[in-house]
Design a protein around this ligand. Sequence first.
Ligand SMILES: *[C@@H]1O[C@H](CO)[C@@H](O)[C@H](O)[C@H]1NC(C)=O
Ligand SMILES: *[C@@H]1O[C@H](CO)[C@@H](O)[C@H](O)[C@H]1NC(C)=O
Ligand SMILES: *[C@@H]1O[C@H](CO)[C@@H](O)[C@H](O)[C@H]1NC(C)=O
Length: 446
Amino acid sequence: MLFSLWSMIISGCNADRMFTRKSAKAELEAFYTVRPECKKNVPKSHFKLKAGKTLSARRWHASFSEDGHLNISKVLQRIQRGGVHPSIRGAVWEFLLGCYDPNSTFDERNLLRQRRRQQYDEWKAACHKMVPVIGSGKFITTPIITDDGQPIQDSLTDASTQDNWAQGGNVNESSLDKKVIQWKLLLPQIGLDVVRTDQLLVFYQSEAKGAKLWNVLSIYAWVDSDIGYVQGMNDICSPMVILLENEADAFWCFEHAMRRMRENFKVTATSIGVQSQLSTLSAIIKVIDPKLHQRLEDLDGGEYLFAFRMLMVLFRREFSFVDTFYLWELMWAMEYNPNTFSFYEDSAAKRKSAPPAIDDKQLKQFGKFELNNLKAGNSDYQGALAVFLAASILEIKHKHILREAKGVDDVMKILGDVTGNLDAKKACKEALTIQKKFLKKARQPL
Ligand SMILES: *[C@@H]1O[C@H](CO)[C@@H](O)[C@H](O)[C@H]1NC(C)=O
Ligand SMILES: *[C@@H]1O[C@H](CO)[C@@H](O)[C@H](O)[C@H]1NC(C)=O
Ligand SMILES: *[C@@H]1O[C@H](CO)[C@@H](O)[C@H](O)[C@H]1NC(C)=O
């Protein structure tokens, strides 16, 4: 049966006609219900659940052996053909992002999950001690301290902020204080962004759900203080908070997503992390479409800054909400490479530098994108699929840009016109085609 998830969200009566089984409809609607007053603002979705293509709950459960080994090859095949059924998305994403080793057992994973939840609870308790609103089901949008670290009176956190101040840090007082101050200054910014995140969803109408997102981002900012918090991380985190009911599980899923994206969010006085992806994008366009590259270079100084947002928040604005989920799981399945994960925290250092020779059976454990790299003998080139997707979007607009763009504003506008209208599957297919073309041409001497 073919049916559009979108039609179910947008209009109850149409959906009723399309559905003979009401329970299936109710089950799906529960996931991403859009607030009634927002429905007209939501772009059309291209994601369709397709029997025989989309990874269904039944097939997912059948892909585990009795003790819990997951046949990842089987699952990747499906996802790359038709995405994941919303009812199992959270669990599937955990594997796609490398939270768990598919070759582990149920028992091993339960143990790991318990350990991670415990770790998260410890961090949360420590953060709660510093700022009691963390974990309270509420969150803040106004400053709690001044820039030099003095507590601001009348804030929710007053009393214990003072307490904590009095206790100080006994390890290395000045550096700990500095870390605490920097972190506390981020919290209201996170709050303001949480208020703006996916506001069209019924999900975030409850303050407790907003607080869940705020907790995860705040605790992440504390734990990964090199990155802290940068706008855009809210857009990456929100789907995990929606899909995984347990807050600690949502945190770890986000943390694993950040492992592959965190370089993008590194901000220094002189650079932004995503710049290296923008240069890769420029290098790709230069090879596959020199004419367009020349024009863009003339308009933009060759920095390709107009693609900044796409890469920073992984196309959340270019695709409709439902399609972003679909896009991400397609991308992660295509990028799946068992050799790049460190499934257990203590094995991070043991990451294989030179992966062993790979036989045919193991090849099936790689996503299409990684397989293309592998076949081209391209082990040093680290371009993410996202960069090729951005390239494919530029290629879609090739004629438009050459014909109409007189300045970088026009490029932004032309790209802006695709907002919410892209088909994730087509875009990924095109991205893979561009990748192949690029790998072939880049190998020839220019
Ligand atoms: C996993 O699934 C693939 C594809 O469906 C199949 O060829 C392979 O034999 C399976 N592997 C195991 C260990 O069951
Ligand atoms: C899976 O784990 C078992 C031990 O549990 C190990 O013997 C086997 O080599 C592993 N397989 C792969 C493909 O890593
Ligand atoms: C505290 O930490 C900072 C930065 O990590 C370091 O430069 C400083 O020497 C440390 N101070 C003490 C007293 O250990």
